[in-house]
Design a protein around this ligand. Structure first.
Ligand code: NDP
Length: 253
C-alpha cells in the first residue's frame, strides 16, 4: 500500500537529539541534504561516502550549521569486502554504541539503454551497488538497530522500481530488488514495535543522478533535495513511529 505524506512537515529543532543515524551516499544529492538537515536537528550523523575529500567537506559543513561532528565512513560499495563491513560495524559500536536510524540511499544509475545492449559488467556493478550492498549493510547493522528503543530503517526506491520502463535496465531491476528486500524485511519485523521499516520513493529531484538521466530537462522545475529533507526527517524521527512497512512516495513539487 502506498501512502502520501505532505512535504509541509515542520520538524522540531531538536527532533533527532540523542539519535545516531547512518546515511549512505551522504556526500551528494539527497543523502547530503538529509545528512545536513538531520545534524541540524540534533542527530549524531554517521555519514557514508566513497570520496574522502567530499566526506571531509560534509564534516565541515555539518559543523558549520551547528551539528555534532559527524562520524565518517569511507567505503566504496562497488568493491567493499566483508572485513570492511565488519570494520564499519566495529566503528559504529566503538564510537557510539548504538544505532537508531539507517537510511539506505547510495545508488548509481548505470546505463540507459535497451537490455539487448546492456553491458554485462555494468549490469553486475549496478545490481551490486544498489541492491547487494544495501542488503549487506542492512544485515550487518540490524543487530545494532534492534538494540534501539525506536529505530527507523529506510530504503530508497524509484518509480521504475515498481513499474518497469524501457531502457532503465539494471537501475530499474535493482530498485525492484530493493522493494522486495524492504517488503520481506518489513514483514519479518512487523511485530517488533521498536523497529519500523519503510521505503521512500523521492520522485524527480534536482540532483546529479537526475541530470544524468534527463540531461535536457529544465532542472529548476524540480524539487530540490532540501525540499525533501523534512519528509526524510519525519521518517527517521519519532513522529513517524506509527508508519510501518510503507512505500512512501514524495509529493511532486
Ligand atoms: P546522487 O547521484 O546525487 O547521489 C548518490 C550518492 O550515492 C552519492 O553520495 C554517491 O557518492 C553515492 N554512491 C554512488 N556510488 C557509490 C559507491 N560505489 N560507493 C559509495 N557511495 C556511492 O543521487 P540522488 O541524490 O539523486 O539519489 C539518492 C537516492 O534517491 C538514490 O537511491 C536514487 O536511486 C534515489 N532516487 C533519486 C531520484 C532523483 O530524481 N534524484 C528519483 C528516484 C529515486 P559520490 O558523492 O561520491 O558521488
Amino acid at each position: 500500500m502506498a501512502v502520501n505524506i505532505p512535504l509541509d512537515y515542520q520538524p522540531q529543532p531538536e527532533l533527532l537529539a540523542g539519535r545516531v543515524i547512518l546515511i549512505t551516499g551522504a556526500t551528494n544529492g539527497i543523502g547530503r541534504a538529509v545528512a545536513l538537515a538531520a545534524a541540524a536537528h540534533g542527530a549524531q550523523v554517521i555519514a557514508h561516502g566513497r570520496d574522502k575529500r567530499k566526506l571531509a567537506q560534509l564534516h565541515d559543513d555539518i559543523v558549520a550549521v551547528g551539528g555534532l561532528a559527524p562520524g565518517l565512513v569511507q567505503l566504496d560499495l562497488k568493491t567493499a569486502q566483508g572485513d570492511q563491513y565488519q570494520g564499519l560495524i566495529e566503528q559504529v559500536e566503538a564510537n557510539y554504541g548504538r544505532l537508531d536510524g539507517l537510511l539506505n540511499n547510495a545508488s548509481i544509475l548505470g546505463e540507459l539503454t535497451p537490455l539487448e545492449h546492456y553491458d554485462i559488467g555494468r549490469w553486475q556493478e549496478v545490481i551490486h551497488v544498489n541492491l547487494n550492498s544495501t542488503f549487506i549493510l542492512t544485515r550487518c547493522l540490524l543487530p545494532l538497530l534492534k538494540q534501539s528503543d525506536d529505530a527507523a530503517l529506510l530504503f530508497t526506491t524509484s518509480t521504475v522500481g515498481h513499474q518497469g520502463r524501457a531502457y532503465w535496465g539494471a537501475y530499474a531491476v535493482s530498485k525492484f530488488g530493493v522493494e522486495g528486500l524492504f517488503q520481506v524485511l518489513a514483514h519479518e519485523y512487523e511485530d517488533n514495535p521498536r523497529l519500523r521499516i519503510n521505503c521512500i520513493n523521492p520522485g524527480a529531484t534536482r540532483t546529479d543522478m537526475r541530470q544524468l538521466a534527463y540531461p535536457a530537462e529544465a532542472a529548476d522545475s524540480l524539487k530540490t533535495p532540501d525540499d525533501l529533507a523534512p519528509l526524510y526527517l519525519y521518517l527517521l524521527g519519532p513522529d513517524s513511529k506509527a508508519v510501518r512497512g510503507q512505500l512512501i512516495t514524495a509529493p511532486i513539487r
